[in-house]
Unconditional design. Structure first.
Length: 168
């Protein structure tokens, strides 16, 4: 008789260098309109004050597209990142590998109707910059706060651009 495997679900200490994020977000536009806005690379820096030096290898959002940029959160550090899109089904899902001062993976799944789009967003990233890793050892909650403020500002800003007609 096989012995059932017991999975421990208690409090395991996570690495202070890793940030895991998972949320469901709703946008008041159909999925096609949201996707069209997600592909407006030329508008990203004007929409998001935390994004600098943004460039794209490729002309559209598809597998193989590489996004390069510098992120400046509301804390005294900068992060250079590259996102290599490796899973793209337009208007349905997007996923990719993150490299640079953060290493990890991100994925987005879209579903909706003519009135709204629900986006399931998830990523896991590890801080690779030595100063960030040192700061994370003593101030992980502060770094997590900075991460969450950038995400909240991004989502709020994206909703505003969808509402005011700046996004398709």
């Amino acid at each position: 008789m096989a012995c059932p495997v017991q999975i421990y679900r208690g409090g395991v200490a996570r690495s202070p260098y890793v940030i895991e994020y998972e949320r469901t977000l709703t946008f008041p536009v159909p999925p096609e309109r949201l996707w069209a806005a997600m592909t407006r690379f030329d508008a990203f820096c004007s929409w998001w004050s935390w994004l600098r030096e943004f460039t794209v290898d490729g002309s559209e959002l598809t597998s193989g597209t590489v996004l390069h940029g510098v992120v400046e959160p509301p804390l005294p550090y900068r992060m250079r990142i590259d996102v290599v899109v490796d899973d793209c089904e337009p208007v349905q899902r997007l996923g990719g590998a993150i490299h640079g001062d953060l290493e990890g993976r991100a994925r987005f799944h879209l579903e909706g109707d003519d009135a709204a789009t629900v986006v399931h967003a998830a990523w896991t990233v590890e801080m690779t910059q030595t100063p960030m890793r040192l700061a994370a050892r003593i101030g992980h909650p502060l770094l997590r706060w900075g991460h969450d403020r950038v995400v909240d500002a991004t989502v709020d800003g994206f909703r505003r651009h969808l509402d005011d007609g700046q996004a398709p």
